[in-house]
Design a protein around this ligand. Structure first.
Ligand code: FES
Length: 105
């Protein structure tokens, strides 16, 4: 049974290594990433505009936004490529069995 602050994101089998997907929620969608078998979560909306980062491409541990091709470090949320300059919010991720959860504070 997940804790109250845990948001179910997906099954581990839903996301192949190198893939990203969007998980909707009323407070704002999250983007979930599989980097070499480890899962990460950030806000899905690019801090530069309204683009969904789940539409972007993962390149060397960064998510490249499909709108203006700025990028963020997926682990830290720090902007890596202009025009992105504001960090993305990141969320701790916990895997229980084959369920992937974000810890929402
Ligand atoms: S909306 Fe993402 S880089 Fe501009």
């Amino acid at each position: 049974m997940p804790d109250a602050n845990m948001l179910f994101l997906c099954k581990t089998s839903d996301l192949s290594p190198g893939a990203v997907m969007q998980v909707e929620r009323p407070e704002g969608a999250l983007a979930v990433y599989n980097l070499d078998g480890k899962f990460y979560a950030t806000d899905d909306r690019c801090t530069h505009g309204l683009s969904s980062l789940a539409d972007g491409e993962i390149i060397d541990g960064e998510i490249e936004c499909s709108m203006h091709f700025g990028s963020f470090d997926i682990v830290t949320g720090q902007p890596r490529q202009s025009p992105c300059s504001v960090a993305l919010r990141t969320y701790p991720v916990e895997v229980r069995g084959d369920d992937v959860f974000a810890i929402i504070a």
